[in-house]
Design a protein. Structure first.
Length: 172
């Protein structure tokens, strides 16, 4: 019982302090989503013009949520969430939108944003089902793809001469 309460408190506190959560629904990869923690669950809005995509989050499904540290970026906690889409105009939807509205940065329509969300977007509630899941041992970092932009090449022969000329001009 105490472990369950501590795990639930960890999930809530970590999600409240983090600006992004990493969510993997039925899509193959996790995506970072901005959210707000309200009424015991994470709420995300998206799938509309100018909003974040919510791939793989379907009503009645589940999702794996990972919360990372805001300052260091390391994983703090991971949990399984039940996905529930909220219906516009309900009391629950209005309360969640009031919280989300204050956190939405660079909205193109300002005060008209809630009406646009009701017309064109989805508001999804991610309810924690299991307090925590096992964190993987490895980093889960993908190996970078080969690219000429990251490959070191020899310094061009004329570059040292150009750099020395600049230094001489500054001294004079």
């Amino acid at each position: 019982m105490t472990d369950t309460l501590l795990s639930a408190a960890l999930v809530e506190e970590a999600a409240k302090k983090s600006g992004l959560i990493w969510v993997r629904g039925e899509a193959p990869a996790a995506r970072p989503l901005w959210h707000v923690w309200h009424d015991g669950a994470a709420h995300v809005v998206g799938d509309g013009p100018g909003e974040q995509p919510l791939p793989g989050l379907r009503d009645g499904g589940t999702a794996e949520v990972t919360v990372r540290s805001k300052d260091k970026g390391g994983r703090i906690v991971a949990w399984t969430a039940g996905v529930r889409e909220l219906t516009p105009g309900t009391e629950e939807w209005d309360a969640a939108v009031a919280e989300l509205k204050g956190k939405r940065l660079n909205a193109p329509d300002g005060e008209a944003m809630p009406e646009r969300w009701a017309r064109e977007c989805r508001l999804v509630r991610l309810d924690p089902r299991t307090a925590t899941t096992e964190l993987p041992d490895g980093s889960l970092a993908a190996v970078p793809l080969p690219s000429p932009g990251i490959t070191r090449r020899p310094v061009p022969a004329g570059l040292p001469k150009l750099l020395l000329k600049r230094k001489r001009r500054r001294k004079a």
